[in-house]
Write a protein that binds this ligand. Structure first.
Ligand code: PLP
Length: 369
């Protein structure tokens, strides 16, 4: 049963939804093949391009973030294509699994969880294997709270080797700078339930000229995520399939709010609240997973579970006794960390509430500072 009492939802998505955005989402249904929808999709697509900092084509898909990543893969690659898929966490692993599922010949590059990917290692593989067609990377690894150096990776992948670059920006876009054109990223996918402050159900993807060229010859099977259909329909103010209209209303409102604040200010706000969170965790005597602050994510912070502390009891008590919903660890880090989301609509007071609750709960679950 969903809890009807508002929680301090500190998962790294879905995020809380501001009241005005919630209200916008209760607007009546419209004909998705009619002129009102044509205006709505034209407006939101233009605004999203501003957030992505791109002049590339951009599509709104009715799918969770994974849909945009699947679209990036199936629209650019063919079975048997040699690709690098770099991973340093649960979502990087999933990107590997996805491209393998579609039959790519994957050079998997594992980096330590909690550390950044090393562009130089990627350079070495690209030098050794000239047949590589594309490189898949995660910008912000939500499972560890690391923001990978995509700008440097792009300089190698695009600047030095001119390969396709497919980026998972699900938990960064709209919160942490990712200027798609300046960094020359070919396909960048993200999702509605993160920095956009709306419910899950929409994903957004930018497509470079180079990606469109690749699309002409890409042979991986595709239908729902065939972006040539999205392109054809967008030209007439429509989507190929019935869109999530309520989420689109919310998106329209959210984009007004974000652009009015100004993306530089939005990025600055995320940076400040992330620093605030990290500083407070350290003050409590806790250790952060990411040791080099340069790579610490501005959307999610991973905190190491101190020796002797029961992670399940900690997360459970925070939720049931203090109404604070933290995220546990994922994949192989399930028992090692808990995570605090600080993206989208989040105020410093939300983090202060987390800190105050931790002060009470930590000693109850075995923490000795
Ligand atoms: N990639 C990253 C970095 C994520 O954080 C997530 C979700 O949290 C995903 C991919 C998957 O997105 P979705 O669950 O919206 O399909």
């Amino acid at each position: 049963m969903p809890n009807t009492m508002p929680q301090n939802l500190r998962t790294p998505g879905p995020t809380p939804i501001p009241v005005d955005i919630n209200e916008a989402m209760s607007d009546p249904m419209i004909n998705h093949r009619g002129p009102e929808f044509g205006e709505l999709i034209a407006k939101t697509t233009q605004q999203l391009k501003q957030v992505f900092m791109t002049k590339n084509d951009l599509y709104i898909l009715t799918a969770s973030g994974t849909g945009s990543l699947e679209a990036a893969i199936v629209n650019t690659l063919s079975p048997g294509d040699r690709v690098i898929a770099a991973t340093a966490g649960a979502f990087g692993d999933r990107f590997v699994d996805m491209v393998e599922a579609y039959g790519a010949d994957v050079k998997r590059m594992d980096f330590e969880w909690g550390s950044p990917m090393d562009p130089n290692e990627i350079r070495k593989v690209l030098m050794a294997e000239p047949e590589i067609k594309a490189v898949l990377v995660t910008h912000n690894e939500t499972s560890t709270g690391v923001t990978h150096p995509v700008e440097e990776i792009a300089q190698v992948v695009k600047g030095e080797f001119d390969k396709l670059l497919l980026v998972d920006a699900v938990s960064s876009l709209g919160c942490i700078p990712l200027p798609v054109d300046a960094w020359d990223c070919d396909m960048v996918g993200t999702a509605s339930q993160k920095g956009f402050m709306i419910p899950p159900g929409l994903s957004f993807i930018s497509v470079s000229e180079r990606a469109w060229e690749a699309q002409q010859t890409a042979k991986m099977p595709r239908f729902y995520f065939d972006l040539s259909m999205a392109k054809e329909y967008l030209a007439t103010g429509q989507t190929p399939f019935t869109p999530n209209l309520s989420a689109m209303y919310g998106l329209s409102k959210a984009l007004d709010v974000l652009l009015e604040e100004g993306m530089e200010n939005v990025f600055g706000r995320h940076s400040a609240i992330a620093q605030f969170t990290r500083d407070h965790m350290k003050e409590l005597g806790l250790e952060l997973l990411v040791t080099d602050e340069k790579y610490a994510s501005n959307t999610v912070t991973a905190v190491k579970i101190p020796d002797g502390v029961d992670n399940k009891a900690l997360v459970g008590k925070m939720r049931t006794e203090h109404n604070v919903v933290l995220a546990g660890g994922q994949g192989r880090m399930s028992n090692d960390i808990f995570r605090i989301g600080h993206l989208g609509a989040v105020a410093k007071s939300d983090i202060t509430d987390v800190v105050d609750a931790l002060k009470i709960v930590l000693p109850q679950v075995g923490f000795k500072s």
